[in-house]
Write a protein that binds this ligand. Structure first.
Ligand SMILES: [Zn+2]
Length: 70
């Protein structure tokens, strides 16, 4: 006996939608420039030379985004 459970089916469809949304999400705007985006230190890969630079850069971007024009 095998009764399909509508709740299970809905959950599975939701998982598929989530997977699709993740696959289609926009890629980050940052491009590899060969330099740390924060301190401009030359780097081989990625966007920052260190976690500290990434954190500081994100903090600044966050502050800029939330800046209200007086
Ligand atoms: Zn840096």
């Amino acid at each position: 006996m095998n009764f399909p459970d509508p709740a299970d089916e809905a959950a599975e469809r939701e998982q598929q939608l989530i997977a699709l949304a993740l696959a289609n999400r926009p890629v980050p705007q940052m491009t590899y420039t060969g330099e740390c985006h924060y301190c401009e230190e030359p780097i081989d890969k990625g966007h920052f030379c260190s976690d500290e630079c990434r954190t500081d850069h994100e903090r600044i971007q966050h502050a800029l985004r939330n800046q209200k024009v007086a």
